[in-house]
Design a binder for this molecule. Sequence first.
Ligand code: HAM
Length: 458
Amino acid sequence: MTDSKKAPARPPLKAVRGTRDLLPDQTPLWNHVEATARRLFARYGFSEIRTPIFEATDLFARGVGQETDIVSKEMFTWEDRARAASEKAQTLTLRPENTAGVVRAYIEHQMANSGALQKLYYIGPQFRRERPQRGRYRQFWQIGAEVIGPPSSGSESPLRDAEVLEMLAGFLDELGVRGWRLELNSVGSSQDRVGYNEALRAALQPIRSRLCEDCQRRAETNPLRVLDCKVPEDQPWIDTLPRIADHISADSRAHLDAVCAALEACKVPYHLNPRLVRGLDYYTRTTFEFTVTAGLGAQNAILGGGRYDGLSEMLGGPRAPGIGFAIGEDRLILTLQAQHEEDAKASGAAPVRLLDAYIAPLTPAQNPAALALARELRAAGLRIEVGDGSFKLRKSFEIADSLARHIVLLGEDEAGSGMYTVKTFASGEQTKIPRAKLAESLRGSLEPRRKLRTIERL
Ligand code: HAM
């Protein structure tokens, strides 16, 4: 009896709930989105920053806010034991977002000393223990950026807000995202917030006992967070609460007006939404979200962001106002996939063939020569797959048709004469081509390269 027969049957392991594998048929689109972001952000003077995936828990408690859903319910946190006398035990957390980490790095590396505005972007996974559903995962990816600097660098200017928003509109347009909508608000300065919190507390007092347990606590500790409540029974009460738009100072109002004027100059459409407060405590003044219609259902916010003029100081750093955003990459991809499906249905799109050619050796004796030919063509920049001479010709044609634009047959005759039989699937045409012309022909002259959608060419 073999070992495998003796072993008790075990269920196969699966990816943890809320996490996903991105398989090879999906990664070209992810790479395309990321490459587009890198290219576009560079045009606006952004450079990449990579910060650790886990940080001290305190960073998020202080930065994002103890009473937010993210910190109070959703973080993956653990006690990290000291392994040597020189180490301290500490509480660590998988990053639920990356603004706090970037600002921590800004402070730690004294980036303020240059006096310059820092424009930093990042692409990476974030972790929140949320209830998984379409567009909501426990490990998800964000493409984010932060613009931060001392006030003398112009970091407080509404121009910076508008530039970030205009860049995002350009990014979504460049990717071909249809039907996006920019919602914009001001949550006022931290001074404005003092007055607003008072007004909220007063308005919450008489209705407090009717609200959910979390809201009852938040009414005391951080009334602004009552506005994030998702409990349906609380919503009619929440609708009666004062609106932040009525409590912002003339300065904050002027800042918002200036952002709007710059957006209008750039012809970026926006909608003011006085209820948009966003679920993180660090925001001041401008807050925004972009929503889309295709592919997401309830989770239709593909990105969010805003200003955080006091965050650096909250984390023990110098005064360094900033603004940034994070795109939910998973959601953006779902949107693009839904659009591609719509388009394919509308146009009856042909199958996607990613490779230039499939080389089919006709007998196993031709296998080494096939590999050598593939090596030569790949070195010439072509995308090539090699079959196996033990395959029946019909099977080779089937595989080739599903993968590549051409099949190249390699038998004894071809090896001897140096003339290769090439079939082009789109036209059905079959020709003999000398080896010296093969790379050039497969690249395009046999069949003008179909103008593939950008993602198919990656
Ligand atoms: P956020 O609104 O918490 O903001 O997240 C930004 C985006 O990440 C959301 O709009 C959504 O598309 C995506 N996202 C959030 N949670 C999930 C999830 N569980 N599954 C899939 N996608 C998700 C922030 O994270 C701030 N750090 C943004 C920022 C940067 N503000 C200033 N600078």
